[in-house]
Design a protein around this ligand. Structure first.
Ligand SMILES: *[C@@H]1O[C@H](CO)[C@@H](O)[C@H](O)[C@H]1NC(C)=O
Ligand SMILES: *[C@@H]1O[C@H](CO)[C@@H](O)[C@H](O)[C@H]1NC(C)=O
Ligand SMILES: *[C@@H]1O[C@H](CO)[C@@H](O)[C@H](O)[C@H]1NC(C)=O
Ligand SMILES: [Zn+2]
Ligand SMILES: [Zn+2]
Length: 744
């Protein structure tokens, strides 16, 4: 989530006992407060005391919390005076007893600092439930501030700390220059609803002045069914008109069924359009006007937003794909549904379908004024578009990845503001009124539309790189049904395949192989987990061991390395299990569907043992040496001996031959001695001691697979790990034989 870094830093700072360098321990009073829930009502002392306002030398209202901040800033000035290049963090100071007190200080007493702090906390919350929970009675814990001095700009790190956990955090940048606030974006009383005028303006500008409308559009086709928005809060399912119409699509998550009451989950499922004969013809009740209140909250609000901006049609998956329709067929035309939409509405503010998408914009409740303490201006913290994109619960779900990347234009609806993103412009709500638009971080910014752009220009290497990026983004996500592993990105595979065969020379060979691409197979095989997975969660029933799709859900992986294929490696053939294919007309869809059932690859390449016979196993802790945050290895206890060691928690495996450099491999799974709850079917973990049997297959310059032979099957191996960038042993495969084997 947003500001995680700050959360981590602060909680470690608060729990640390060794007050090294510039970290000071908490003041006594604060320490007590931290473990004592503060009840604003039962301690009238604190509130009146903390919110006593006095004007400061800049003519601004300042409370007692502000005095604490000023003393942090004085501390910073002292450090800077002693050492102009100083970087570091101050002690944590109690700023307010809890959020409600801070809110009171801002609202009732008009404290300018607290208004800025309050807004920072609210803006840091992407979801509506997050913003609301700031005010929850059981979340009222002390608010702390830390001054972070950094050469790229100082900031105040705020956090609300319950015992042993940080509940909320926010950052307020400090600058010498006065921030540009030309106009106050405050709403006039009443409900603090989002204003559609500005949004209409942004969309019109994109329509009229950008290429976005036509450049990335897939076709003139409408989806088979659309929801027509009718007056009087009604809606109706209609067949997609023959002429292209402007429609909005909703990208959202149903939510976790295990985290909600059965009745709530049933209500979400009941939103799906039924069909009578399992033929995909919707029931008549949906073909007549029906009340929008029959739909879950998220859909009601999505319809309200589309209507508010001035659109007549919206597409929502479960409503517009009637039950009985072949989902496989529908799911692989998503590049069409999302590619042709006027924009995609990403429900960033929701954690589930029964939550509202529209929330009061609490952050803009008060007049904001440029605010100054001890000569420094406090800026509004603006979460970047990427923070909102990647920090929202929708981005944790598997299906929404392709919904985002197949969309030329996306409206991210967060709890406090919306963000618009088209290939030519990224802008946030209220930007026009003096709130600076969130700037993407230099270098790190890769807009989601990059996928479509690369597909449009069709440069082969970039297409290959883009797929690696898709895999990295996809493996960390969750799915309600693991069997949807391929289906949920089939739209991306089809789109990419089409881009390859249409634009690339020598286009006849490309093939989709269980989530990997034939023409770049060596690099596609070199995926790596960041930490070994729990073997019990493997998805080997979905995909073979050499495919990333066989990993458990929600795994962090790395796919992009500095990769140069080995001249010895070659894919000979692939084989798959026979299935009855659906009736597709698009070649891309046929290829994608066939690709899901590929199970075995026949490959050839240089081959050798990973650990030599004479090698002695040593304990991991005896060789790993940490230097600060860098990891190194020290083999000097047994000089000149071949050694190996394995870390059975994170899955690292080191081998070192006598007088040679060491090689560090990463196993896909950690070992488990726990036989209970062991999954039926293939064992994926490597029992302790079995690492001696491992063999390696060279994929590229400094990239190899670690394989284990499948019992009783000659020349058939399964993947157990990978080893990348073993720069200490460049000649590892020198002189080794080329062999032909099967991977399964
Ligand atoms: C390969 O591309 C050419 C155009 O460059 C096209 O005519 C041909 O149909 C394509 N082949 C396949 C197998 O799609
Ligand atoms: C390596 O380990 C040996 C003892 O096993 C120790 O004497 C030596 O200082 C270590 N070297 C480094 C660089 O840590
Ligand atoms: C394995 O690595 C982890 C860090 O990834 C470390 O905490 C642990 O101490 C290591 N050693 C063993 C024996 O698991
Ligand atoms: Zn205040
Ligand atoms: Zn545009």
């Amino acid at each position: 989530m947003l500001g995680q870094q700050a959360v981590l830093c602060l909680s470690s700072l608060l729990s640390t006992t060794s007050s090294s360098s510039h970290y000071l321990s908490l003041p006594k009073e604060a320490e007590e407060q931290q473990y004592q829930r503060t009840e604003a009502s039962s301690t009238p002392r604190s509130q009146q005391d903390w919110c006593r306002i006095r004007p400061n030398e800049h003519g601004q209202q300042q409370c007692r919390g502000c005095n604490e901040i000023c003393s942090l800033m004085r501390w910073g000035e002292v450090q800077r005076r002693q050492d102009a290049a100083f970087e570091g963090r101050s002690e944590a100071r109690l700023f307010h007893s809890n959020y409600r007190e801070l809110d009171m200080c801002a609202t009732r007493y008009g404290c300018d600092t607290c208004r800025t702090m309050r807004r920072a906390f609210l803006l840091a919350q992407i979801t509506g439930s997050g913003a609301q929970s700031l005010e929850c009675p059981d979340q009222q814990w002390p608010v702390y501030a830390v001054l972070d001095i950094c050469h790229s700009g100082d900031s105040l790190l705020l956090s609300i700390e319950a015992p042993h956990t940080t509940l909320f955090s926010a950052a307020v940048p400090l600058r010498h220059e006065k921030p540009l606030v030309t106009n106050d974006p405050t709403r006039k009383g009443g409900r603090l609803r989002a204003d559609f005028t500005e949004l209409r303006h942004v969309i019109r500008e994109c329509h009229e002045n950008h290429d976005c409308s036509w450049k990335y559009r897939w076709s003139d086709q409408n989806p088979s069914w659309l929801l027509e928005i009718l007056p009087n809060n009604e809606a109706q399912l209609v067949k997609g008109p023959d002429q292209p119409v402007e429609y909005v699509v909703l990208s959202y998550s149903w939510g976790d069924p295990e985290a909600m009451p059965t009745a709530e989950w049933a209500r979400i499922k009941a939103a799906a359009t039924q069909s009578k004969n399992r033929d995909g013809q919707p029931v008549v009740e949906r073909l007549r006007p029906f009340s929008r209140w029959d739909l879950p909250e998220i859909m009601q609000d999505a319809i309200a937003i589309a209507e508010g901006i001035g659109f007549r049609y919206i597409w929502i998956d479960s409503v517009c794909i009637p039950k009985g329709t072949n989902w496989d067929t529908e799911a692989s035309v998503m590049h069409e549904v999302y590619g042709n939409a006027v924009f995609t509405l990403a429900a960033s503010s929701c954690t589930k379908a029964t939550e509202n998408l529209l929330h009061d914009r609490l952050a803009w409740k008060h007049r904001s004024k440029a605010c100054k303490l001890r000569g420094m201006w406090l800026l509004d913290n603006q979460p970047s578009l990427d923070e909102v994109r990647l920090g929202s619960p929708v981005s944790q779900r598997g299906w929404t990845l392709q919904e985002e990347r197949l969309s030329p234009r996306i409206l991210y609806w967060a709890s406090q503001r919306w963000y618009w993103s088209c290939p030519e412009r990224q802008v946030a709500e209220l930007s026009q009124m003096g709130c600076p638009s969130p700037r993407p971080k230099q270098g790190a910014w890769s807009p989601p539309q990059n996928f479509l752009e690369v597909c449009r220009t069709g440069e082969e290497q970039q297409l290959d790189k883009e797929w690696l990026d898709v895999v990295e983004a996809y493996t960390r996500r969750d799915l309600a049904h693991a069997k949807d592993r391929f289906l949920a990105i089939s739209g991306l595979a089809v789109r990419l395949y089409n881009a390859k065969v249409e634009n690339v020379e020598n286009n006849a060979t490309e093939e989709y192989l269980a989530g990997l691409w034939r023409d770049n197979i060596a690099e596609n095989l070199a995926w790596s987990v960041d930490r070994a997975a729990n073997p019990q969660n493997n998805l080997l029933e979905v995909a073979p061991s050499w495919s990333w799709a066989s990993l458990p859900l929600k795994m962090e992986t790395t796919t992009k390395h500095n990769f140069r294929p080995s001249e010895h490696f070659r894919l000979i053939s692939s084989s798959r299990i026979e299935t009855t294919p659906s009736k597709f007309t698009n070649r891309g869809q046929i290829i994608e569907e066939r690709g899901r059932t590929v199970k075995t690859l026949e490959v050839q390449g240089r081959f050798r043992r990973f650990i030599s016979d004479e090698s002695q196993e040593v304990h991991w802790d005896s060789i790993e040496k940490k230097h600060g945050c860098r990891t190194g290895y020290n083999f000097s206890m047994l000089p000149g001996r071949p050694l190996h060691a394995r870390n059975s928690t994170d899955g690292r495996l080191v081998t070192k031959e006598a007088h040679r450099g060491e090689i560090v491999a990463q196993l896909d799974y950690f070992s488990t001695q726990n036989e209970e709850g062991e999954k039926e079917g293939p064992h994926v973990y490597l029992p302790d001691g079995a690492e001696r049997e491992l063999v390696c297959l060279e994929l590229g310059d400094l990239a190899m697979l670690l394989l284990q032979q499948v019992p009783n099957k000659l020349d058939t191996f399964r993947r157990v790990g990978v080893c990348i960038d073993y720069a200490n042993r460049k000649g590892f495969f020198y002189g080794c034989d080329v062999r032909r084997i099967h991977l399964c």
